[in-house]
Design a binder for this molecule. Structure first.
Ligand code: SF4
Ligand code: SF4
Length: 145
């Protein structure tokens, strides 16, 4: 057998052995591809986590707030409500602006359990408006049941 024939023969045997060698390696190392390992253990494939969309602050009249530019809120998640009214508790006043200017503010939590839009201290409105209510800075979408 020539050298070329021997090389060809060796390569062919390696190709036909490949599945057995892979299995042997997995047994030795105990390592499998994650999906293969999950299937082997009868576990389901992970699903994408679903996130509830938080209601947007469609408008906020409070330009003095650090999170406000041109009547838009840019706080990632505001908190609404205190013991007496639907105040925006995230409001604060500093010389510089904050928040994410590419992001429209959203309602992260609301303590106004008596509002028609409130379920388990989460706002379920399609969006809210924040503005002045006399001296206060309130959710103007608040609707007592
Ligand atoms: S909704 Fe609240 S946090 Fe957002 S800009 Fe208005 S006052 Fe500031
Ligand atoms: S609409 Fe009602 S539940 Fe939603 S943030 Fe305003 S007060 Fe809270």
């Amino acid at each position: 057998m020539s050298t070329e024939d021997r090389d060809e023969d060796l390569a062919a045997r390696r190709r036909s052995d490949a599945p057995y060698r892979r299995a042997a390696t997995q047994q030795t190392t105990g390592r499998q591809a994650p999906a293969t390992a999950r299937r082997a253990r009868g576990r389901p494939e992970p699903q994408e986590a679903s996130t509830m969309e938080m209601p947007a602050v469609n408008e906020c009249q409070v330009e003095a707030c650090a999170y406000n530019t041109a009547h838009s809120c840019h706080a990632l998640a505001i908190t609404v409500g205190n013991s007496s009214h639907a105040e925006c508790e995230t409001f604060f006043k500093v010389p510089s602006k904050g928040g994410d200017p590419t992001h429209t503010g959203r309602v992260g939590a609301c303590k106004m359990a008596d509002c028609q839009h409130n379920i388990q201290y989460e706002c379920q409105a399609s969006g809210i408006v924040v503005g002045y209510a006399q001296q206060d800075i309130d959710c103007l979408t608040y609707a007592p049941a």
